[in-house]
Write a protein that binds this ligand. Structure first.
Ligand SMILES: [Zn+2]
Length: 294
């Protein structure tokens, strides 16, 4: 397979990269770019493959999971998104790509990078004991709700539904960052897998990108909640709402109001808990938004 990189084409393609900071690997006629250039635990990562002649398809693997690629404008660059889970140990990682040319020839490319340790802060919270130590009834409810959500995560669609990147659902400051190691009433608990955004009761909550409402819940911890399937294994979730304005199965577009901020479920005050999973990996939603600067 031969192809020649024309500087004008490359300049244009680089301009289309979601972030100005990226790492790159170029061998022969194929160029792989990943963004951000330094990858930390809990990061969303954008992968771009460029070749100056048409490719048929790309299959990728990362941490035993399939990477889903889609074609960019003009059919030349291919893109994918992957998530580095917040608990993924730091160290060397590798993407493995099988790139199929128009003639059916397959080239294997590997892209090595390091996952850097992120220092997650520690937060100590004091809550009423009945909210921390669950009754048998509540424990049973939480287990059932967890099963519903795990089933949902396993059924997120592959076909891309998101368009034009991802935006903030509300315009509020971060009250509690992603990945915080929580200590409730003196006992260590599971880490914070989303970001808490400051917002008044009743503030409209916007869909981060287009997709399909996969689940509307009213759960013990999350309260009134909405889960949106964006395709490519990406799901966004919005917790503690005071009201939900969409229905399961409904198509939503980026920026559409899907509910109102509240403090339903286990919340100490009105705010929006916003979470993102990419193929099951728990990532910091802010790192996903940063990949698509506006
Ligand atoms: Zn939260």
């Amino acid at each position: 397979m031969k192809c020649f990189l024309i500087s004008g084409v490359i300049t244009f393609l680089l301009a289309a990269m979601p972030s100005g900071h990226s790492a790159e690997s170029r061998r022969g006629d194929i160029q792989i770019l990943i963004s951000p250039s330094e990858i930390h635990q809990g990061d969303a990562v954008f992968v771009k493959v460029i070749c100056s002649h048409p490719l048929k398809s790309i299959q990728g693997r990362f941490k035993g999971k399939d990477l889903i690629f889609f074609r960019g404008k003009g059919g030349l660059p291919f893109f994918s998104l992957l998530g580095v889970d917040l608990d993924q140990p730091p160290g060397k990682e590798e993407l493995c790509l099988h790139i199929t040319g128009e003639g059916g020839e397959v080239i294997e490319r590997r892209f090595a990078f390091a996952v850097i340790k992120r220092d997650f802060p520690v937060q100590r919270l004091t809550l009423p004991p009945e909210m921390v130590t669950l009754s048998a009834e509540n424990l049973s409810r939480v287990r059932k709700e967890r099963t519903v959500v795990q089933t949902l995560f396993a059924s997120i669609t592959k076909r891309r539904q998101w368009e034009r990147g991802f935006v903030m659902p509300v315009d509020g400051a971060v009250l509690s960052p992603f990945g915080v190691r929580r200590i409730l009433n003196g006992e260590p608990r599971s880490p914070h897998t989303g970001v808490d955004l400051k917002a008044e009761m009743g503030t409209p909550v916007h869909a981060t990108s287009s997709g399909t409402v996969a689940l509307v819940g009213d759960h013990f911890f999350a309260g009134k909640s909405v889960y949106i399937d964006h395709g490519m294994g990406i799901v966004s979730m919005y917790f503690h709402l005071s009201s939900v304005l969409v229905k399961e199965g409904e198509r939503v577009h980026m920026g559409q109001v899907i509910g109102l901020v509240g403090q339903s479920g286990r919340a100490t005050g009105p705010h929006l808990h916003w979470g993102i999973r990419i193929q099951g990996s728990r990532v910091d939603p802010l790192t996903l938004v940063r990949l698509f600067p506006r």
